[in-house]
Design a protein around this ligand. Structure first.
Ligand code: BGC
Length: 840
């Protein structure tokens, strides 16, 4: 152990208390031993440090910070250098705001386009997500701040996210859901990692020995700190036994007492406790040392942050000038946010009719239509919500600084979804009098948010109705989309050009105008597939699970792995995006170590291409997708320029997880080596023969027709059980509600009062949805399991009291109330005694 000298001086009470949060965002300090606390803050696309009262969903204001494009957006850049630059900038802001651990990036796999948090995640492909995440992490950590990739693992749905069990076969777990994290840990060198809320094969992620001990610490050699998601700890003792170091946010001393009791009863050893304390101590001491060093280096260089009496940094900013009192250069950071947004924009359609509409001609008159042109949708909702430091750029205010004839701007629709004939008429009148209509539309706020999944993939109908009316008065329509996840495009034919900006952050509007006018040549490529219809998606029948088990029956066939193998037509394939120039691929050489080929810019202007390497094994004995992404490179080429491009093979190029040997293996055979501009546009192909690493193949003697063909939408229970290797656990709720059931399951409650509370909450939730504004706190409460009430109330509620509440819900009113009251006093007394032992 690294810090035995300190650990030896700690009392057992101090050790136990150290492993959980002191408040919403900080770890506990132990001043007499010189142990400071560290500050965690959300930060996947901007630092969200709450200045006053902490509430982790961001309802209380956070200090102003740069709002960068979200991960789903930046993933489309396929640019690792950009990811690293963004990371450095995020890290610098975090350091300036006194944050030690930045809670991001998020890299869960986009199993279904309906996951409400897809806007926070990179991709449907683990390799792409892992590489982008690793780049962010390297950047963030270069500033002495720990990045905290999340949520480890298999966290694919928001509905009852804290009370859901992902049932998944080991190969899919390894190849799809863990590979991104593996890259983030091994190549990004992540110093912290956040566990997810859900169970994986019956065990909560935070106490999952297989995940945390065997794989994370054992196989990947992770030596940083593991932190629970907020309120995500189920059994602290089991978490600590698995080397999960910090239970957040505020379980109070009840949690520490559980550790002491487990030590007494022999369920936890002192060595396990010490090991956990040691990891956390190491993180705390290193990170606080880093921030001291950073502060000294900065001293005198920049404006010193204003200090509040309690020592907290105040991040006031002059929004007009972009000067931040927190000590970072907000204008420079805005420029990086702008660049990131511009490099991530995807040109989806640009029909030559006879000339493409984009880039817009200098003299053309443009009608700017759509509420998003006036009030952009630039970030998602939930714990990632940033309080932007600069005034949000809008297309309406910025258009005059571009060489276009501005015909005017009209909102056209209400973003909350209601029909509005007056707005529509105003937009139609405007459209008639312009050469080109730029129509800004997409997903509104209620469509995607942490805490809820989408119920369909459509853009609100009132926006589509307006588009269909607009095309009748002016057929020159450029559709400018906003939104953090894939949508259906039944309206596709109405637009001659379509540009997708995703959620572009505070500077997204300028970035979009740069692309529309040709100042920037679009170089974004989709990091997720756009299916034609939701019904076509692989997990269609099993997402989101409405009972406890979420069955990952589609196995490896997530995203393009399914569409490509089962030959399902899609709207836009993975890796797709157009450019104002064109690129030619030639001269592929496949060597033992990788591929080399020539890329040439054959069009009329400078631009960047994303060359993608896919690998297949078409006559292999082990089932697998048609092809899988194994490398990529973003290459900038001047007009007419040619470059030799190399993409190396790595440890992931030929591997698969063999469930028979329980190891990564390579199958003997011939592999197809495919280089192209997207998964469906392969320009060069070759092959290579590899020897195998074992003769013992998996699935021998098993009939797995769906998995062998990739037609996995209807896998029956029997075949799925063969893949799993064990019978499906029952996911049906039975008998009484338990500590791990969620509040939104109180429709099962025996107590009429509980059912009434459920009804009131549901009505409220539905009302908010109808009004177009998600109430994040309500969504959080709705999906929270009863046990988490004891984990988030700063010691006010003990587990015994939570058990009392469950008894009430189950109709044992007097017994339950008795436990709550007795528990309250017992907890109060025990807390006081414990505080005394801590010397408070
Ligand atoms: C989210 C995390 C976030 C944490 C703290 C949780 O609800 O799932 O991603 O970091 O809150 O805000």
């Amino acid at each position: 152990m690294k810090h035995m000298d300190i650990i030896e001086k700690m009392t057992v009470e101090e050790k136990a208390a150290f492993l959980s949060g002191k408040n919403e965002w900080q770890s506990r300090d132990i001043p007499h031993l010189g142990i400071p606390s560290i500050f965690c803050a959300d930060g996947p696309h901007g630092v969200r440090k709450q200045a006053g009262e902490g509430d982790h969903l961001g309802l209380n204001p956070s200090l102003p910070a740069t709002c960068f494009p979200t991960a789903a957006t930046v993933a489309n850049s396929w640019d690792e250098e950009l990811g690293e630059e963004l990371g450095r900038t995020l890290g610098a802001e975090a350091a300036a705001l006194g944050v030690n651990v930045l809670l991001g990036p998020g890299l869960n796999m986009k199993r279904s386009p309906l996951c409400g948090r897809n806007f926070e995640y990179f991709s449907e492909d683990p390799y792409q997500a892992g590489k982008m995440a690793a780049a962010y992490i390297r950047g963030i950590q270069s500033r002495g701040v720990a990045a905290c990739p999340k949520h480890f693992a298999v966290n694919s749905q928001e509905l009852r996210r804290m009370a859901m069990n992902a049932v998944i076969d080991e190969r899919t777990l390894r190849e799809i859901y863990l590979t991104g994290f593996e890259i983030a840990v091994k190549e990004g060198g992540a110093k912290a990692l956040m566990t997810s809320y859900n169970e994986i094969n019956g065990t909560y992620a935070n106490e999952n020995e297989h995940l945390l001990k065997d794989i994370l610490r054992g196989e990947w050699g992770f030596d940083g700190m593991v932190v629970t998601d907020w309120g995500g700890s189920n059994d602290h003792v089991r978490g600590v036994a698995c080397r999960s170091n910090l239970e957040m946010p505020t379980p109070g001393l009840d949690s520490a007492r559980q550790l002491l009791k487990a030590l007494d009863e022999g369920r936890l050893t002192m060595e396990e406790l010490d090991t956990c304390v040691d990891d956390l101590l190491d993180a705390v001491l290193t990170l606080t040392e880093n921030s001291r060093d950073g502060a000294e280096a900065e001293e005198g260089k920049e404006t010193k942050p204003e200090e509040k009496p309690d020592g907290e940094t105040v991040g006031t900013a002059d929004r007009k000038s972009g000067k931040s009192a927190a000590g970072f250069d907000a204008a420079a950071h805005n420029a990086i946010a702008w660049k990131a947004a511009a490099e991530s924009i995807v040109l989806l359609k640009n029909v030559p009719d006879p000339e493409p509409l984009l880039p817009l001609k200098k003299s053309c008159s443009v009608a700017l239509i759509g509420d998003f042109a006036i009030r952009p949708r630039y970030q998602g909702a939930g714990s990632s919500l940033v309080n932007p430091i600069m005034e949000i750029a809008t297309m309406e205010t910025m258009i005059s600084s571009y060489p276009l004839v501005n015909a005017g701007c009209a909102a056209g629709y209400r973003r909350t979804g209601e029909a509005d004939e007056a707005l529509k008429k105003e937009a139609l009148d405007l459209a008639q009098n312009a050469d080109v209509v730029i129509y800004c539309f997409g997903l509104n706020e209620i469509s995607e948010s942490e805490g809820m999944d989408r119920s369909h993939m459509r853009i609100p109908q009132n926006q589509i109705e307006l588009l269909e009316a607009l095309v009748k008065v002016n057929s020159n329509i450029v559709g400018v989309l906003s939104g953090g996840s894939a949508v259906e495009m039944s309206w596709h034919h109405c637009c001659k050009s379509i540009v997708h900006g995703y959620l572009g952050g505070q500077a997204g509007a300028g970035a979009m105008l740069d692309v529309l006018t040709g100042k920037v040549n679009p170089s974004g490529r989709l990091a997720e597939t756009y299916p034609v219809r939701y019904e076509d998606t692989p997990a269609f029948r099993f997402f989101p699970s409405t009972e406890r088990n979420s069955e990952y029956r589609e196995s490896l066939y997530i995203g393009y792995r399914y569409y490509d193998t089962a030959r399902v037509r899609v709207q836009y394939p993975f890796g797709y995006g157009l450019s104002y120039t064109s690129f030619a691929y030639s001269g592929l050489t496949v060597s033992e170590t990788g591929v080399t080929f020539c890329l040439e810019n054959t069009g009329e202007c400078d631009g960047a291409e994303v060359a993608q390497l896919y690998v297949g094994c078409w006559d292999g004995a082990v089932f697998r997708p048609e092809k899988e992404l194994k490398g990529f490179k973003k290459v900038f080429l001047k007009q007419g320029e040619k470059k030799q491009v190399s993409i190396p093979f790595d440890d992931k190029t030929f591997r698969y997880w063999n469930v028979a040997t329980n190891r990564w293996e390579r199958e003997a055979g011939t592999y197809q080596i495919l280089v192209g501009a997207c998964v469906l546009d392969i320009r060069l192909s070759g092959s290579i023969t590899r020897t195998g690493t074992t003769d013992r193949l998996p699935y021998e003697g098993l009939e797995l027709p769906s998995y062998r063909t990739g037609f996995i939408q209807n896998v029956d229970r029997e075949e799925y059980e063969k893949l799993l290797g064990y019978p499906l656990p029952s996911g049906k709720w039975m008998g009484e509600l338990g500590l791990n059931d969620a509040v939104c399951q109180m429709y099962y409650a025996k107590s009429g009062l509980a059912r009434l509370i459920y009804k009131v909450l549901t009505d409220k939730k539905n009302k908010n949805e109808a009004a177009g504004t998600p109430d994040l706190n309500l969504l959080f409460q709705y999906n929270i399991p009863f046990r988490a009430i004891a984990k988030m109330t700063g010691g006010m509620v003990s587990m015994e009291m939570a058990e009392g509440a469950v008894a009430v819900v189950n109709g044992h009113f007097f017994r339950g109330i008795g436990r709550i009251i007795a528990g309250f006093f017992r907890n109060l007394k025990a807390n006081k005694q414990y505080e005394k032992k801590l010397g408070n």
